[in-house]
Design a protein around this ligand. Structure first.
Ligand code: PAZ
Length: 307
């Protein structure tokens, strides 16, 4: 935990940090009087800059499907603080990929001239998305905050967790972001663009301190905390998830394998290892695995609050 504290001392807060923090404080303050639980969803990947004036950075595959889809299912019971990577998928708008935007529109002519309309076959789906999105926004049930780099993400995660601690057991953390395990500390990073004229590049990355321990024990100690574990080797998945649970003593680890993450995940707790899978008919009916994940978690959090 000392390493976590040192990390925050040595790294600067992101540019708009105070503004974001104020917004989060206001959002959570609204919930302190009521009994609506709030879920903090982290979503998308983090970048690791190689230069102070960043031209190049290391990134990862995550585009935020898990986080953005989950947010939509949490609204049955929870309000959502959505901490997401800049330009990654967002709840509701994820259904409208930019590449298809022009295909759902058509130009119609009437007495008043040309009108831009949504194609008939797309109208029902779009109306449904817009109604849901507007009602969540109107009722103030969603706050979206963006990050890009690993350092931005960790500062925002710590601030959000500390603020949410006032919610007690009504705080739920759903840590689905793919966060880099390695980084280059500022004092070991060149300020200016690395020059290829200097020859091949050798990088030395340091380990990012594990923040989950500080989060569970110090930042938001009464919360229900679910972390994710991604592996590519199926033989490692459950062992690594169990190790994480043992080490950090939070409530649940959701394990997933890169290639099958959209179809199956495994819930690992102190007492069970429970697979959640999409069946053939789920796939045919367009059911998303996040609907099953979140349904189970909402019930688990409800029971946790009653204990
Ligand atoms: O964002 P996405 O839907 O493309 O991927 C989701 C995921 C695989 C990043 C998530 O389910 C996950 O496992 N996050 C934690 C990764 C890790 O730090 O092990």
């Amino acid at each position: 935990m000392a390493e976590a504290a040192k990390f925050f001392e040595e790294t600067a807060e992101p540019a708009n940090f105070n503004e974001n923090k104020t917004q989060i404080e206001r959002f959570i303050a609204k919930h302190n009087e009521g009994c609506t639980p709030v879920v903090l969803i982290t979503s998308g990947g983090t970048t690791v800059p190689l230069e102070g004036n960043t031209v190049r950075f290391i990134d990862n595959f995550s585009i935020g499907t898990r986080g953005s889809a989950s947010a939509e299912y949490f609204w049955t019971r929870h309000d959502v603080l959505f901490l997401h990577r800049h330009r990654s998928l967002q709840p509701y708008t994820r259904h409208l990929p930019q590449s298809q935007l022009l295909d759902i529109l058509e130009v119609k002519n009437d007495d008043e001239g040309q009108k831009l309309c949504v194609k008939n076959e797309k109208t029902a789906k779009l109306l449904d998305i817009i109604h849901k999105y507007q009602s969540v926004q109107k009722e103030g049930r969603l706050l979206m905050v963006e990050f890009t780099s690993l350092v931005d993400y960790l500062h925002l995660l710590r601030a959000s967790s500390l603020i949410m601690s006032s919610l007690g057991k009504n705080a739920f953390l759903y840590l689905a972001a793919a966060v880099s395990d390695f980084y280059i500390p500022k004092n070991k990073m060149p300020q200016h663009k690395i020059q290829s004229s200097n020859g091949p590049l050798q990088l030395s990355l340091e380990l990012v301190p594990k923040m989950l321990e500080a989060l569970v024990k110090n930042w938001v100690s009464s919360a229900y905390v679910v972390s994710f574990k991604l592996e590519t080797d199926p033989n490692l998945l459950i062992v690594k998830a169990q190790q994480s649970l043992e080490k950090y003593e939070h409530q649940l680890v959701i394990g997933n394998i890169l290639d099958t993450r959209k179809f199956e995940v495994v819930f690992v707790t102190n007492s069970e290892t429970d697979w959640i899978k999409l069946e053939e008919n789920d796939l045919q009916n367009g059911i998303e695995i996040e609907s099953k994940i979140v349904k189970s978690l909402v019930e688990r959090h409800r029971q946790f609050c009653c204990e």
